[in-house]
Design a protein around this ligand. Structure first.
Ligand code: GCU
Length: 602
């Protein structure tokens, strides 16, 4: 089964002949790495002149050749080394005014030297590149990656030189109907090498991937696996948790895989006590270390159980938008700013919308004790009947789970957001759910779905057929904003077809910070506050509600929001402005969460 999953994972990354690719390296944190962040030379190429010839045929002499005139008569019409540069990591849209709305291709070049060591291998690792990345080293194509929010790596052991390596990446963020996401999103299509790029050095045979978590439903049995990659696949591997005096040995099979199972009496991870253990995976040829928390997450009827006890998910939605400077967030500081604002709101849970966020968000959530809903960008109306679209979505799902499956904070994998009912959609999403369960049977599966009014106007019915296949039901509603005025929430009742927990995964209203007026004047903080007050009292009346995630923690850029002086291409539903200013509605939610935590009388 693991070999099959590994085989499948090669699909998303289209390798090239000379560069054999092995799939994702799960954890690069504990490895010797060399950062390639910083200024990269770039060529803006709206017509993809560096890739196609004038007959729109892929050219053998494209910019990836990084060619230089050899004689005074040579004709070379580009030169990376005299071209301008852009910062990596970073979206290109917020680095230059003229690139704000740019959608197309930009070529990136980074030169580096590297002394190869005996018995080692070398990979180039990308945290993410939006949307399609074609990667070349010294003129050779390494491969292509599709999907703007998940990591990928290429092996360059055989291609790297001691000096003057030319790493070139063609990044294209053009939107396509068959892509994931598809043509329309309510977030900015930030393009570029949006997350860290680094060289990763490994021994010839190394620990490529591992899964070490508590078995579903058990608070003392650890079960998972370890996967080696290289020539010496049959090895003794030891999984150690020094602080708990645990050291268990296993033997990998001919494929380099070992199933691991052992009992352990550990302090369980929870928001009140986000305990992480140093876990050491030692093979004869390699050692990798990670900080892992152990907790169980299950449902029982309409209850969500963390470590066997019912919990309420006090959440907030977050886009991967950088506070203060705007643009795609990518750093530990960005993650800490956003998560600490969420903590101030009183959350124990965040919904990372609508795509996998950078690894700092997940690792800081682990450390801060914030549970996470992680989602792939199957958003609105995807091409359900297109096999390539399904494969693309499955790949993004696999890369998300591969990177974050050892994060205790992640409790829910979400397959989609606000997708229209149809049989094609249902079968598409069922395949994703089956895939997620085959990769990770320990977490809850969900999706953000929609509701409809029963034939009268005040009963909201939740009966999306997908509800049959998920563990937790996510529902988005905007009573008081897109649906009537704030007081309408007082008259709305909720019904659900399924005996399952409900998380209200979106609700809210919009107001730029500092815009004031009476509670019924749209776009004012008072209207937003009014909407939240009625929302909170409605939410309190829903018996099967087990979590709330207001849309959204912070204002974010959106191409669908042009209203001058109010939105200016930002969605202003944040409880906090993009400059960190708390709006009146923030305090309505903060008070509700204090009540739920029992810090204030109900
Ligand atoms: C939708 C959607 C969000 C969007 C929000 C809004 O429900 O899921 O991506 O930003 O509503 O309209 O503000």
């Amino acid at each position: 089964m693991k070999a099959l999953i590994l085989l499948i994972s090669l699909v998303a990354v289209v390798p090239c002949a000379r560069a054999q690719q092995i799939g994702l390296i799960a954890n690069t944190d504990g490895r010797k790495t060399i950062s390639l962040d910083g200024q990269w030379r770039t060529i803006i190429d709206p017509y993809e002149t560096g890739y196609y010839d004038y007959r729109y045929q892929p050219s053998a002499d494209g910019y990836f050749k990084d060619a230089k005139p050899k004689t005074k008569s040579d004709l070379i019409e580009y030169d990376f080394d005299t071209s301008e540069s852009l910062k990596v990591p970073g979206d290109w849209n917020t680095q230059q005014e003229r690139l704000l709305f740019y959608e197309g291709t930009i070529w990136y070049k980074k030169s580096f030297d590297y002394q190869r060591k005996e018995n080692t291998r070398l990979f180039v690792y990308f945290g993410a590149a939006n949307y399609i990345a074609d990667v070349y080293l010294n003129g050779e194509k390494l491969g292509r990656h599709e999907g703007g929010f998940t990591p990928f790596n290429f092996e360059i052991t055989k291609l790297v030189r001691d000096t003057g390596n030319s790493l070139i990446v063609k990044v294209d963020n053009k939107r396509r109907r068959d892509a994931v996401p598809t043509l329309i999103t309510d977030w900015w299509n930030y393009g570029g090498l949006t997350r860290q790029v680094k060289l990763v050095e490994t021994p010839a045979t190394f620990v490529q991937d591992y899964f070490i978590q508590l078995q579903k439903g058990s608070r003392e049995r650890i079960s998972g696996w370890v996967k080696l990659n290289g020539s010496k696949l049959n090895q003794k591997v030891t999984v150690g948790i020094p602080e708990a005096r645990i050291s268990k040995s296993f033997t990998t099979d001919a494929n380099g895989s070992a199933q691991i199972t052992f009992d352990a009496d550990l302090t369980l991870w929870s928001p009140d006590n986000p305990k992480l253990y140093d876990v050491v995976i030692e093979a004869e040829t390699d050692q990798v270390q990670d900080q892992i928390g152990f907790r169980t997450i299950e449902t029982r009827g309409t209850e969500i159980l963390l470590n066997g006890r019912p919990i309420f998910l006090r959440g907030v939605c977050i886009h991967e938008e950088a506070p203060f400077r705007g643009g795609r967030a990518y750093s530990r500081e960005d993650a800490l700013t956003l998560l600490n604002w969420a903590k101030e709101l009183g959350v124990n849970f965040v919904r990372l919308a609508h795509y996998p966020h950078n690894e700092f968000m997940l690792r800081e959530a682990d450390r801060l004790g914030i549970m996470v809903w992680s989602e792939i960008p199957v958003y609105w109306t995807i091409l359900w009947e297109n096999p390539a679209t399904l494969e693309n979505a499955q790949n993004q799902l696999r890369e998300m789970i591969t990177r974050d499956k050892n994060r205790a904070a992640v409790i829910i994998w979400s397959m989609a957001n606000e997708t229209p009912l149809s049989n094609a959609r249902l079968s598409f999403l069922k395949k994703l759910i089956d895939h997620a369960r085959s990769l990770d049977g320990t977490r809850l599966i969900s999706a953000a779905m929609e509701r409809h009014y029963l034939n009268d106007t005040t009963t909201q019915m939740i009966d999306d057929p997908l509800g049959e296949y998920v563990d937790v039901f996510g529902c988005n509603e905007y009573v008081g904003w897109y649906d009537g005025l704030p007081e309408k929430a007082d008259r709305v009742e909720w019904k659900m077809k399924y005996q399952k927990p409900l998380i209200m995964t979106e609700f809210g209203a919009e107001a730029p910070y500092g815009n004031h007026g009476d509670p019924l004047t749209r776009w004012t903080e008072e209207y937003q506050e009014n909407a939240y007050q009625h929302q909170v009292s409605m939410l309190k009346r829903i018996p099967f509600l087990r979590g709330t995630c207001p849309w959204i923690l912070m204002d974010f850029r959106s191409p669908r929001r042009p209203l001058p002086g109010i939105q200016d291409f930002h969605n202003r539903k944040g409880l906090i402005s993009d400059q960190g200013e708390k709006k009146k509605a923030f305090f309505v939610m903060q008070r509700y969460y204090q009540e739920l935590r029992g810090a204030l009388p109900k």
